[in-house]
Design a protein around this ligand. Structure first.
Ligand code: MN3
Length: 293
């Protein structure tokens, strides 16, 4: 469909003239986006180096408005949003959205850390796991949990990658579900009884858990986990190893990789661990505890 020479886009601040030429100059027919910042009402090639999240959002909004105002324009440049959106994982494993807003855990865990941790680190584990199964198609039908629960049974060429990326995917999926806004209210019932039996008091548990979290050298996790008989205990794992790899079930887990806290807490891991207790979703922990192994 031919494009008009001039499009009535005065509401952008600058009329978009010679749209057709601009598109040709960019050597793309669809991968253009509208830069709607004041004074910059123009088309740019999708991979322009100035591309950033803010302008992408503006472009999305503009495209949505333009879809109503000028179907002709959108027909000609329908890929404004998709071209600029981050690459979604391709493969059987998916990155679920956070179960709450990125700022839900403020001030204990800051929004920026959550965005990067989920949108980049966790996404990288999902992508990594998808890459493994492109080379090992027989593994694609298994769940991440199945994959990491019996690492030794995997082909040797897949083992390390599944351990790292599969572990990372399982651990982080667990971690987001474990946390909530206004969390930290101590549990009651059988879980509290088990904690008191094992650690003397609830504060005794917190002290032991904190000690274990600080003792992880380098990157890893500290856990409250239970064995098949339901006995609880504290353990630590290196890198993205999971209690599941040792046949135990994680109940509480804290990510002590620096990416989990460095933006806000820098080297003060102890402050992060203390803050973490304020966002634990103990109802979820209690469910995991009472669920038969
Ligand atoms: Mn992490």
């Amino acid at each position: 469909m031919p494009l008009p020479r001039s499009v009535p886009f005065g509401f952008l601040g600058v009329p978009l003239r010679n749209l057709w030429k601009l598109q040709r100059a960019a050597r793309v027919t669809t991968a253009c986006w509208v830069d709607a910042r004041p004074g910059r009402g123009m088309l740019r090639p999708a991979l322009h180096p100035e591309l950033d999240m803010i302008t992408r959002r503006l472009a999305l909004k503009t495209a949505a408005v333009a879809a109503v105002v000028s179907p002709t324009l959108i027909h000609a440049a329908p890929a404004a949003a998709p071209a600029a959106a981050p690459a979604a994982p391709t493969g059987p494993f998916r990155l679920d959205p956070l179960p709450y807003a990125a700022d839900a855990l403020e001030p204990f865990i800051d929004a920026r850390t959550m965005e990067i941790h989920h949108g980049r680190h966790h996404a990288a584990y999902v992508n990594g796991l998808n890459k493994v199964v492109t080379d090992h198609a027989d593994l694609a039908g298994k769940s991440p949990l199945e994959l990491i629960s019996n690492i030794a049974a995997l082909p040797e060429t897949a083992r390390t990658a599944v351990r790292n990326h599969g572990g990372g995917h399982v651990n982080h999926s667990f971690f987001w579900q474990l946390l909530k806004r206004n969390g930290g209210i101590p549990p009651s019932g059988p879980l509290m009884e088990a904690l008191v039996r094992r650690f003397g008091t609830f504060d005794g548990f917190k002290a032991e858990f904190t000690k274990a979290s600080l003792a992880v050298f380098g990157s890893g996790w500290a856990w409250l986990s239970k064995d098949k008989a339901g006995e609880i205990g504290i353990e630590t794992t290196a890198n993205q190893d999971s209690p599941y790899m040792g046949g135990r079930i994680p109940l509480v887990g804290i990510d002590v990789w620096e990416h989990a806290y460095y933006l806000k807490y820098q080297n003060k891991r102890v402050d992060y661990v203390n803050a973490f207790f304020n966002v634990i979703h103990w109802e979820v922990v209690a469910e995991k505890f009472t669920k038969p192994a």
